[in-house]
Design a protein around this ligand. Structure first.
Ligand code: GLV
Length: 296
């Protein structure tokens, strides 16, 4: 994808695997006409002020919570993202987490390795049977719907939020669901949505899965809910912050699986995301509408 951009433009690529420190990002963007950024780059007024020639921001992600959309719109700078191509990969990962938590895979794997695998025991490591269980989808967008399709194939009953299309209020969904899976974007409305009050409504046998954005879940409240047995387990692909330091108190909570933001991490999906990000960037630089523009 970078080669396609390079064929038409002078391209500067941040060389390190770590995101550019803020001063480097600001300095690097100063003369940029276009920016292809990752979800780790904060694109805000400060950066837009520092790069007066900017004509397009292309995020190699579907989520755009790292970008101040209103500030870009106010300057007439289009913002592109990569929807659609990562739906199935992310839904697969959500389901992998759901199954791993429901059937207690980490405990089973650990028992084999640490020698606590004893004789076959009818009451050992019992988990949640998906057939007949209720899956609550918070945010029935593309990824939420793809997770729902998988759940239906496993015999789950699927409920969702969003009253405009026959969904339930969040409080009702939290009361009824055996598994709650988060698929809404991070906005000011969804920040901290899964809070102490939310955990209080959930079943003690419930499992929380989050493959959306870390700050949608109040992590202190989650740690407390797991420690007190208010919910049974949680499986996260996203945290706040990322990376989550190994010393973070959340990691001391029981029945918790944490993955390092791998939702879209398949070879096929990442290649398609890179392609879409390049398409958006090239369109913006050419002054034509972005194939996948995000509105503020
Ligand atoms: C990944 O988290 C994305 O938003 O694409």
């Amino acid at each position: 994808a970078i080669a396609r951009v390079r064929a038409e433009h002078d391209v500067r690529v941040w060389p390190a695997p770590d995101p550019p420190p803020r001063p480097d990002l600001l300095a690097g963007a100063r003369e940029a006409d276009g920016l292809l950024c990752l979800l780790t780059d904060r694109i805000d007024t400060e950066l837009l002020d520092a790069s007066p020639g900017l004509r397009v921001v292309s995020n190699m992600a579907v989520g755009v919570d790292n970008i101040d959309l209103a500030a870009c719109a106010a300057r007439g700078i289009p913002v592109g993202n990569t929807p659609g191509v990562l739906t199935e990969a992310t839904a697969d990962l959500a389901f992998a987490l759901l199954l791993a938590a429901a059937r207690r895979l980490p405990e089973g794997i650990a028992a084999v390795r640490d020698g606590t695998w004893g004789p076959w025991d009818p009451a050992w490591l019992l988990g949640l049977e998906l057939n007949g269980a209720v899956l609550g989808i918070v945010g029935k967008g593309r990824i939420g719907q793809a997770v729902a399709r998988r759940a239906q194939a496993f015999g789950m009953e699927v409920i969702h939020t969003g009253r405009s299309d026959g969904g339930l209020p969040l409080t009702e969904l939290l009361r009824r669901a055996d598994v709650v899976s988060i698929h809404c974007p991070l906005t000011e409305q969804t920040r901290g949505l899964i809070s102490t009050e939310a955990f209080a409504l959930m079943k003690p046998s419930a499992i929380l899965v989050n493959t959306a954005r870390g700050p949608i879940v109040d992590q202190d409240a989650l740690g407390e809910a797991l420690r007190s047995g208010q919910i049974a387990a949680a499986a996260l692909d996203v945290t706040d912050p990322e990376p989550l330091p190994p010393s973070d108190p959340l990691l001391g909570a029981p029945n918790l699986i944490v993955l390092p933001h791998l939702g879209s991490a398949t070879r096929a999906t990442r290649a398609k995301m890179a392609g879409l990000a390049a398409d958006n960037l090239l369109a913006g630089l050419a002054g034509t509408p972005l194939p996948h523009a995000v509105s503020a």
